[in-house]
Structures are given as structure tokens and as C-alpha cells.
Design a protein around this ligand. Structure first.
Ligand code: F3S
Length: 754
């Protein structure tokens, strides 16, 4: 569990030497973000200045973290890399596969039974390959990373979009797909487009009912869910310094909701206090020696408009508590406007549930501030009007708040304490009555509130707000209750008014934990056996994909010409399919079932060219596979947008699709296809998409001359015997062509050729 102080000192040594060189190179003061990026370049400081938002650059992250849903395929792939140990410190966290229903004890016991083979697999692979393993019940990945591993000036990647949470401790922490994680775990570089920079200047000071959560709810309102795309947000100013480290974590966490690459804050006293309280004085000592490198150069924050691509300024003294939603986290409503907005939009006023915790708001400060509201309700003699639940972020937090009587305070209000895990935040919530699909309102302190996310009910209006606001809204039972101005009637019929929340940033008696739930890996894992039952329907060992046979692909059938939006959700759906994330054969039964067939306008209905009968996409593809017939997929614009899940590339590869030819790709999906040994191609002339017919047979004419920058020629032979020659562009470089030839990037790594 121990953080690696030697690794951190090495990072700081690079930081000082490289930042000075980078400053000389760019010829101006540097932002914190640039300092961290330049000090983590794979090949040191270059001789050219990278262009933000344009150049793709190789980085060397310091750490990797994986959660249990995404770790399965990542580790199955890593097992093929032929390495005896991970190349950088890596941890696996069991948090997504635990349902919230009856309470922590029962729910954890049920999950341990239901997902035993998955947890056992993750535990044994971790043990074998030098990976720290956090057992079910230990907590949520990002809270544990903040408590144990994050450090100022570091760079990490994680197979979860809220990895960005670690920005609260001054890191650049970025969510990636499993294939990227495998590369870094195998000792390879990690590529990222050099990001644009958004500066957020926080003036004034949080006060009264306003919390760090309100900063990001306001930023989300300003930037919308797409406004941070391709950018890193760097927060600074007196308001930032005055805020707790965990509050900074909350702000960075929800940077994922505006599409930002990540967010960060400069090193300050709040980080010193948090590192010390979590037993990392060594990190403070090391960071203090390079403190000026762990924040932007002074001139940057003095004249930020000159150094950031975009600048936002928020006066915290004037910021109101916000309640964002429903259905999207960027629909912000200040508490003073909620009465009007709720009435105007016909949002259900009655609050049915209040939920706090998750990776977003699980700090001691969050819990103690929310508890101070509950204490008032108890003292005033108010029976809460809504149900209330908590998912503590880690066992350390749970143990500490239990010791300090905070949990007992919540329990006085009948609060259900769920497992230290994601629970309702990822839809792992067996909410009684949700199946009736009634229109209702819940409030929570999580980050996402898309339709159906928490309880599967499309009519649940979920609103995101701070933990203290969740507490007061749940107690009042009203979405439009404004604690700043409104009063409540207690059980004796008396009018009472809440005082603003009070909390402690850190526990005065220090953090404590009995069993944190950590399993250190074996010093030598060579004799550790990884067990995967051949009859398992959830896990399946991977076999290497076959290398290219050196010949042109001929006689291929068109599997589907997808029309319109085709995201990674259309290609490899989530929801109930989450269960099969570690079983490539089984999850392949969802391949492209969400894509619309351009020829009949239907979803999951394509013509089997062997029988002439329409059938489901995976079934038709399996028929081609059995017959030994290759196939190709044709798509529209921005094919594969959405998540970075590698399943969307592995499934077609596994089922025998050879190429994906589209008008344009979402870049991460294009790279994922390349990594899995597929051909990812784009129409040289977009209008050629219209020439593709349903019964086409496809022959590649010059694949044997596959080379960087040289388009490929493909003949589409129509059923009437006529044919169209179509030119397909590609972006493969020499090493990526090597991936194709070897069958996958992983095959090359395994052969030691990387
Ligand atoms: Fe888990 Fe929700 Fe965070 S799913 S990792 S608690 S965003």
C-alpha cells in the first residue's frame, strides 16, 4: 500500500531539470499543467514547441489505476504482454460490482458471492504481476488513490473517467481505456494530444452554504458537458488556496462532466495538510523542496489571459449553492431560483431519496458538514421527509467517521449505510419500486445524473448538489427548499431555521482504519497461478489474434453499413453487458446491436449474405466466421465516439471483421482498432459511402503494399456483377503497420519487439 517515495523523488528530479529546459524552449513562463506535461515527456524535452490542441505527444505516466469492471479485460490483455511484472506502480480496485440494497454488510456478502470468480481472478493476477489489490469493500478507486497514491506534480492514468479526481492533490490524472493502461503497464509510452488550457481563477472565499461542489456545478453550467473537451483546467487564485484539498478533488472529479482531459490545482498548504493527515510527510518534504515547480510561474497567474486559451473567473464570495439537473450535470440552478425553475419545468418537488458519498464527495469535511445539518434536524425534532443513504468512499473514511460519531448521527435519521463502493452512482442500486417507473425526484452528491443512471428508472429526476444540500433537501423533502431563506415546521408544529453547515476539514484525532482491505502483491509472483474456469461465463482467457497472412483480403462480405451516429455504446453496449466485460466471446454477442442498418433503417437487423435472411448482427457475423468468410463494416461520421472501451474494437476483431471503413473516426476508437490488428480506413471521397450496396463482395487490391501515407484500393463487387473501385485513406505509421502484420500491438509486445 505504501506510496513509492523513491519514484516520487525521481519525478521531482525530472521536474526541475526538464521544466527549466521547457521554459527556455517556449520562451515564456509556464503554467503548472505545462510543467507537469513537459516533465513527463517520454523522450525528454524536445527541440520543438508543441502546439496545443494539435500535436500528439508521447508521455510516461507515473502510475496506473484500474477499477474492477474495466480491469478484467485490461489484465486479460496484460497477461499476453509476456511481462513478469508491471512496469509502473499499478493498483486494482473492486468498487463497481457491488450492489446497494440492504446495507453494507449484507450487500458486500452478496457481491462477494455473486462476483467471486471475478474478484478471485483480479486478486490472483494482481498478486502475480506486482499490482496492489484493493478488495471489495475497501472503497472507491479515486478516494483510495487520493488517500494513498496521488502526489503533487505527478501524472497518472486510470481505466475510469473520474481518475481526474487526483487533480485535487496537484496531479495530472487522466481516464483512459484498458488498452492504453496495458501499454503503460507493459513499459510503453502513452499518447495524448497536447491539450488546450483553460484557466479558472477563483477569487473571494466559500462561505455559508456554499461548498467546493458548487464551484464545479457553476463551471459545468458555464462550459456545458462539451466545453472542456481536449482541455486541461487549471484552477488558481486566493479562493483556490483557501479551499481544502478534498474539496479540490471534488472539483477535479467533475471535470469529467464537462469533457475535460483533466483538471488540477497548484501545490499549497491544503495539500500539505492532507498529505500529512494521510501519513505522507515524506511526500510533503520532497514536494516542499521543489514547491515553485509544483505551481505555475508567478507571471502566469498575474496575467492569466496571456497564458491560457480560455479564462473563467468565479467570485466564491458571491457563489450560491447550486442544484444541477435533471438528466444532465450542466443544467445549473442556483438555490434561490429553484422554486421558479422547478415550477416552470414541472419537476417533481417532493424529494424521495437523498444520497451522499461516491468518489466525488466522500471526504471527512463532506461527511462532517452534512452531519451538522442532520444534528440540527435531530435537535429541532424534525422527522426527515425523504430516505437517506450513504456510500462512504473508503474504509478509512467509514472507520474514521464511525469512530467520531458522525455515522451515528446519520443513523439517528434512519440513514442506510451502503458498502464503501460505487453503488447507486453506477446504477448498482436495487431501489424498491424503481420498476414502476414513476416520475420522482432524488438528490445526490455524485457526479452524473443521466437518465436511468442511478436506479434504471427513466422518470427519476436526479439532481446533483453538495452533501450538505443533499442533507437539507432530504430532511425538508422538497427540491425547492432554500435553507438560506426558508424555515421548516418541526414535529411539534414549531417553525425552525437551519444554521449553515459546519465541518472539519480533517479529523482532529487523525484518520484511522482497522483493515483497509489492501492486498500487497507477492514479491516474486512467478509461481502464482491465475485461475480462470474454462466453463465461466464471465471470464475467458484471451488467445492471441492471428497475424496477417500477407495476402490481400478477398471475398469479404459487407456485415453492416451503419447509418448516422455509431458510438462505442452502439458498437458495444454497456448496461447488462457489463457482466461480460471479462469474457470476449460472450460480450461479442452485443457487437453493433445498437447500430442502424443504412439499408433498412433498423437496428440489429442485417442481411446474411449466405442465406439472404435478415438476422441479428452478431449472429450474421458468427455465421461468416464459421464459414471462414472475412467481412467489413462501413460507417458514417465520427464512428466510435464516446468511451475509450477497447471491447468495441476487440469484438469485431474476435468475430472475424477485417476492416472498418468510415467517413471519419473518433480518434481513440481508430487507435483501438489499430492496436487490435484491424484495418481502420476512411473514404478518400466521402460520397463513396453511397456506392456501397447491401450484397457487395469486397476485394482489397493492394494490401500487400500497405505503407504509411499510401491509400488502399478496394473493389466493391455488386450483385449485378458491376463494381466500384474505392480509395481508402489511413493514418497508419510504420510501427502501427507492424501491429497489423503481427495481429495486434500486444503480439508485438509479447514478442519483445516494442
Ligand atoms: Fe464509482 Fe461513480 Fe465514482 S461509478 S468511480 S462512484 S463516478
Amino acid at each position: 500500500m505504501a506510496f513509492d517515495i523513491e519514484m516520487i523523488e525521481k519525478v521531482y528530479s525530472n521536474l526541475t531539470s526538464r521544466v527549466d529546459k521547457a521554459r527556455a524552449l517556449v520562451g515564456r513562463p509556464l503554467t503548472l499543467t505545462e510543467k507537469i506535461l513537459y516533465s513527463h515527456l517520454w523522450e525528454g524535452v524536445p527541440s520543438i514547441v508543441y502546439e496545443r490542441g494539435k500535436d500528439y505527444v508521447d508521455f510516461a505516466p507515473d502510475r496506473v489505476a484500474c477499477q474492477d469492471a474495466t480491469a478484467q479485460m485490461a489484465l486479460l490483455q496484460f497477461m499476453h504482454a509476456g511481462k513478469s511484472k508491471v512496469a509502473v506502480p499499478t493498483t486494482v480496485h473492486c468498487d463497481h460490482l457491488i450492489q446497494a440494497r440492504d446495507g453494507a454488510k449484507q450487500d458486500l456478502a452478496f457481491a462477494n458471492k455473486q462476483s467471486k470468480e471475478v474478484f478471485d481472478f483480479l486478486s490472483s493476477v494482481s498478486n502475480k504481476y506486482g499490482i496492489g489489490f484493493w478488495k471489495p469493500g475497501s472503497g472507491i478507486i479515486h478516494q483510495i488513490v487520493l488517500e494513498n497514491y496521488a502526489f503533487p506534480g505527478g501524472m497518472m492514468i486510470g481505466t475510469d473517467s473520474h481518475t481526474v479526481n487526483a487533480g485535487g492533490l496537484g496531479m495530472l490524472a487522466i481516464g483512459v481505456g484498458g488498452a492504453d493502461a496495458v501499454d503503460v503497464m507493459s513499459g510503453m509510452s502513452w499518447e495524448l494530444k497536447f491539450p488546450k488550457l483553460i484557466g479558472v481563477k477563483l477569487t473571494g472565499r466559500l462561505n455559508g452554504w456554499t461548498a467546493p461542489k458548487d464551484v464545479i456545478l457553476k463551471v459545468a453550467d458555464i462550459l456545458t458537458v462539451k466545453g472542456g473537451t481536449g482541455a486541461i483546467l487549471e484552477y488558481f487564485g486566493e479562493g483556490a488556496k483557501a479551499m481544502s484539498c478534498t474539496g479540490k478533488g471534488t472539483i477535479c472529479n467533475m471535470g469529467a462532466e464537462i469533457g475535460a482531459t483533466t483538471s488540477t490545482f497548484g501545490y499549497d498548504d491544503s495539500m500539505r495538510r492532507y498529505l500529512t493527515a494521510t501519513g505522507r510527510q515524506d511526500v510533503v518534504d520532497a514536494a516542499d523542496k521543489v514547491a515553485s515547480y509544483l505551481t505555475a510561474d508567478e507571471e502566469v497567474y498575474a496575467n492569466p489571459e496571456q497564458y491560457f486559451d480560455q479564462l473563467i473567473e468565479i467570485n466564491l464570495s458571491e457563489l450560491e449553492p447550486h442544484i444541477n439537473g435533471p438528466f444532465t450535470p450542466d443544467r445549473g440552478t442556483p438555490v434561490s431560483k429553484m422554486k421558479e425553475e422547478a415550477a416552470k419545468n414541472d419537476w417533481p418537488i417532493k424529494v424521495e431519496w437523498g444520497l451522499i458519498g461516491s468518489c466525488t464527495n466522500s471526504s471527512y469535511e463532506d461527511m462532517s458538514r452534512a452531519a451538522s445539518i442532520v444534528e440540527q434536524a435531530v435537535a429541532y425534532g424534525i422527522t426527515p421527509k425523504a430516505e437517506f443513504g450513504i456510500n462512504p468512499g473508503s474504509e478509512q473514511i467509514r472507520f474514521t467517521i464511525e469512530r467520531d460519531g458522525i455515522l451515528a448521527t446519520f443513523e439517528k435519521m434512519g440513514t442506510k449505510v451502503f458498502t464503501n463502493a460505487c453503488g447507486p452512482c453506477i446504477g448498482q442500486w436495487d431501489r424498491a419500486g424503481a420498476e414502476k417507473q414513476e416520475k420522482n425526484t432524488i438528490v445526490h452528491s455524485f457526479n452524473r445524473n443521466f437518465s436511468k443512471r442511478a436506479d434504471g428508472n427513466p422518470n427519476t429526476h436526479a439532481f446533483v448538489t453538495s452533501p450538505e444540500m443533499v442533507a437539507v433537501l432530504a430532511i425538508s423533502g422538497r427540491l425547492d427548499f432554500n435553507p438560506i431563506t426558508d424555515t421548516l415546521i418541526n414535529d411539534n408544529g414549531e417553525e425552525v431555521k437551519f444554521l449553515p453547515p459546519q465541518g472539519e476539514e480533517l479529523p482532529t484525532k487523525g484518520f484511522a482504519v482497522d483493515d483497509p482491505g489492501f492486498q500487497a502483491p507477492a514479491a516474486d509472483g512467478s509461481s502464482v497461478e491465475v485461475i480462470v474456469s474454462p466453463t465461466s461465463d464471465r471470464l475467458q482467457l484471451l488467445a492471441p489474434f492471428a497475424p496477417w497472412d500477407g495476402k490481400n483480403i478477398t471475398g469479404a462480405k459487407l456485415l453492416i453499413k451503419a447509418y448516422g451516429k455509431c458510438t462505442t455504446d452502439h458498437i458495444s453496449m454497456a448496461g447488462p453487458w457489463l457482466r461480460y466485460r471479462g469474457h470476449l466471446d460472450n460480450i461479442s454477442n452485443n457487437m453493433l446491436i445498437g447500430a442502424e442498418n443504412a439499408f433498412n433503417g433498423k437496428v440489429n437487423s442485417v442481411k446474411n449474405q449466405l442465406t439472404g435472411v435478415y438476422d441479428e448482427v452478431p449472429k450474421v457475423q458468427r455465421a461468416y466466421k464459421v464459414a471462414g468468410i472475412p467481412s467489413i463494416v462501413v460507417g458514417d461520421h465520427n464512428y466510435g465516439e464516446g468511451s475509450s472501451r477497447e471491447h468495441a474494437a476487440m469484438e469485431p476483431r474476435f468475430l472475424g471483421v477485417k476492416a472498418v471503413l468510415v467517413k471519419s473516426f473518433a480518434r481513440i476508437h481508430e487507435t483501438n482498432l489499430k492496436k487490435q490488428g484491424m484495418l481502420a480506413l476512411t473514404f478518400a471521397n466521402e460520397s463513396d459511402y453511397d456506392k456501397i450496396q447491401e450484397d457487395d463482395t469486397i476485394n482489397f487490391l493492394d494490401l500487400t503494399e500497405f505503407a504509411p501515407g499510401k491509400p488502399l484500393t478496394i473493389a466493391f463487387v455488386h450483385s449485378d456483377g458491376s463494381k466500384d473501385l474505392i480509395l481508402a485513406n489511413h493514418t497508419y505509421n510504420d510501427s502501427q503497420i507492424g501491429w497489423f502484420k503481427a495481429g495486434s500491438a500486444l503480439n508485438l509486445i509479447a514478442a519483445g519487439k516494442f
